[in-house]
Design a protein around this ligand. Structure first.
Ligand code: DX5
Ligand code: ZN
Length: 217
């Protein structure tokens, strides 16, 4: 089973961001995950399109923008213009999720929908044919370095079944490490966000390879 690793810059040293992103890219990272937090949808503030534009110049890897914001519709165009290839918004955020999806599509970006740990899969029932990725949050969003919520495994299995033959990627975010990545992959996840398990380690390329090597099945 081939998996993709998307290191999250949330755990990077922003004073050495260019260097650390290069290390990740040369070390086998598949995407770069960008955690955008507004201090409203989640209890933390990170960065916006201005920083994404700067990061776009540092790497050729796909940029995966995870918008943890209350009003994503107001910003998707800006993130797309800044260079995001994948734009993921939370199902819990906009009132008119279907409309928000169309807005992302109109920019040409791939569409991701993220579900918080408490959010049931049935919110996807009438939008599954409109999207390219589902992001299962395996922690409550807002911070790096939290523990993986075990119920996420069952959720991923059920999501895989729900997706069936559709071309939709299952991404998982939160608490991923060499200790659990194999069972999460076995449950059906394909794209693994990893913050502390990559940028939190001294040897970034080795950390990425360790994650990839831990997937055995
Ligand atoms: C959490 C973010 C994650 C975070 C993951 O709100 O969405 O992407 O960076 O960090 P780790 O891998 O340390 O749990
Ligand atoms: Zn994230």
């Amino acid at each position: 089973m081939s998996i993709l690793i998307a290191p999250s810059v949330l755990s990077a040293d922003f004073g050495k961001l260019a260097e650390q992103i290069k290390l990740a890219e040369n070390g086998g990272a598949d995407w770069i995950h960008l955690d955008v937090m507004d201090g409203h949808f989640v209890p933390n503030i990170t960065f916006g399109p201005f920083i994404v534009k700067a990061i776009r110049k540092l790497t050729n890897l796909p940029l995966d923008a995870h918008l943890m914001v209350t009003n994503p519709d107001d910003f998707v165009e800006d993130f797309r213009k800044a260079g995001a290839d994948w734009i993921t918004i939370h199902a819990e955020a906009p009132t008119h999720l279907h409309r928000s999806i169309q807005k992302i599509k109109s920019t040409g970006a791939k569409v991701g929908i993220s579900l918080n740990p408490h959010t049931p899969l049935n919110v996807l029932d009438y939008i599954l044919d409109e999207i390219d990725l589902v992001l299962i949050m395996s922690v409550n969003p807002g911070l790096g370095g939290q523990s993986f919520i075990p119920q996420s495994l069952d959720k991923i299995c059920q999501l895989k079944e729900k997706i069936g033959t559709r071309n939709i990627k299952i991404q998982v975010d939160g608490g991923i490490s060499t200790k659990n990545i194999n069972e999460v992959a076995k449950a059906g996840a394909e794209v693994f966000v990893a913050g502390s398990a990559v940028f939190g380690k001294n040897d970034i390329p080795k950390a990425i390879q360790d994650l990839k090597n831990a997937v055995k099945f």
